[in-house]
Ligand binder design. Structure first.
Ligand code: XLS
Ligand code: NI
Ligand code: NI
Length: 445
């Protein structure tokens, strides 16, 4: 077993796990709503929420933005190369322990630096993966998903599976092959495909049809390889409309579902819905979750939030109770997330550069979703919206409405009906009353 170095905790010496102190607590290092073992609707909060820490934002990122260098004050800042990768890994598992999260997620390049060749890069990975596996066995923290970073290295300038260069396609395949082997080795419950640079900036140099075909070919190869080596985790695809390219191919849930169905990939994939990607696409978080859910394709969630005043992916920690409540409403209606979870694909602001901010941020996100879970559970128990919706569509449960629903009506029978019933009485949609109801539940629960 690897002995954890105490680098991470030097500053927070003697600190134990963050515990639940209840809503009256004013302790910033305590949960006010997230009580891991509390049972709600027959399941513990821990099992409902399945929280996961994202390695790239919390361990790897240094706060660099378009206008300035890194700001993050981290105990591992003085290390580099493989030493840095090892110290970060130690810190990661200390952080998971303090936060008491059951899962984490990573890109291959978050955990180990690239070498001068693919062989060397994979050797770096193997060294870290071995230590990681030992940590996982010892701590019982599991891998929600891993993925391949096919967007940082300049070789991916034109994309990976949708690059105009066949050598890049081949390199990407080699990288994902290793990724699926990694998922199998570490028992990852899912493997994620986020488009990276799969998209385009101008049609003037782009063969759109070919790129989409290539992407499908690539994903079919991934499915085949998983079968070949016996990796049985869930494949997830993560929609995003723009950034880094102008037109990302997995634009939103609807586009991604159409793509999966068009290429016969829908039996093998589910969706990983990210809140900020939903808002970038001009949708709400709950819209994307609902759309995935009604197609039976809601797989997992990247739990964050965007800033609606900005046009990019700010990946903030989720604190908006309306969004977390409506998200948990969809997740509960889905019967949970299965092998998925709530992955904090979220970063502390560049100005929140102290180590403690990582804890405050995760506590804020975990509490916001725990509160959302409580409220959503009661809303469903009381059938607040279900009854309204059922009543609203009641004309489809009898007479001509039933004929329409059951596919028995034709334009002839409907014309006949319309001629006989010239007066139509519509009813109010009651949107404001329903929003007040939602407020009432959020405030009371
Ligand atoms: C970027 C994506 C990315 C994926 C994993 O916008 O959210 O972080 O979740 O590659
Ligand atoms: Ni994401
Ligand atoms: Ni994002």
């Amino acid at each position: 077993m690897v002995k954890p170095n105490m680098h991470f905790l030097n500053k927070l010496e003697g600190m134990s796990k963050i515990s639940y102190e209840g809503r009256q607590s004013r302790n910033p290092l305590a949960f006010k709503h997230y009580d891991a073992n509390e049972v709600i609707g027959g399941k513990t909060m821990k099992d409902h929420l399945r929280f996961s820490v994202a390695y790239w934002h919390t361990l790897t990122a240094d706060g660099t933005d378009m206008f300035g260098v890194g700001t993050m004050q981290r105990p591992w800042n003085s290390y580099s190369g493989m030493d840095l990768a090892k110290v970060r890994l130690d810190a990661a598992f200390q952080l998971f322990d303090i936060l008491d999260v059951p899962y984490f997620s990573f890109h291959d390049r978050d955990i180990a630096p690239e070498g001068d060749s693919l062989q060397e890069t994979n050797q770096h990975l193997d060294i870290i993966l071995k230590r990681m596996k030992e940590y996982m066995e010892h701590s019982h923290v599991k891998l929600l998903w891993n993925t391949a970073n096919m967007f940082t290295n300049p070789r991916f300038v034109h994309g990976a599976a949708t690059s105009c260069h066949a050598d890049v396609f081949a390199y990407a395949a080699a990288q994902v092959k290793k990724g699926i082997e990694t998922a199998k080795e570490l028992g990852a419950e899912n493997y994620v495909f986020w488009g990276g640079r799969e998209g385009y900036d101008t049609l003037l140099n782009t063969d759109l049809k070919r790129e989409l075909d290539h992407m499908a070919t690539f994903l079919h190869m991934a499915v085949d390889y998983a079968k070949e080596i016996g990796y049985t985790g869930q494949f997830l695809i993560e929609p995003k409309p723009k950034e880094p390219t102008t037109h990302q191919y997995d634009t939103d849930a609807a586009t991604t579902i159409a793509f999966l169905k068009q290429y016969g990939l829908d039996p093998y994939f589910k969706l990983n819905i990210e809140a900020n990607h939903a808002t970038l696409a001009g949708h709400t978080f709950e819209h994307e979750l609902r759309l995935a859910r009604i197609h039976g394709l809601l797989g997992s969630v990247d739990a964050n939030q965007g800033n609606t005043l900005l046009g990019w992916d700010t990946d903030e920690f989720p604190t908006d109770l309306y969004a977390t409540t409506l998200a948990m409403y969809e997740i509960l209606q889905n019967g949970g997330l299965g092998t998925g979870g709530l992955n904090f694909d979220a970063k502390v602001r560049r100005a929140s550069f102290e180590l403690e901010d990582l804890l405050y941020a995760h506590i804020a996100g975990m509490d916001a979703f725990a509160k959302g879970l409580r409220v959503a559970h009661r809303l469903i128990e009381d059938r607040v919206f279900e009854d309204v919706i059922k009543h609203r569509y009641r004309s489809f449960s009898e007479g001509i409405g039933r004929d329409i629903s059951e596919g028995k009506a034709t334009f002839h029978t409907l014309e006949e009906y319309a001629l006989k019933h010239p007066i139509i009485r519509n009813e109010s949609g009651r949107e404001e009353q329903l929003k007040a109801r939602l407020n009432q539940y959020i405030l009371e629960e």
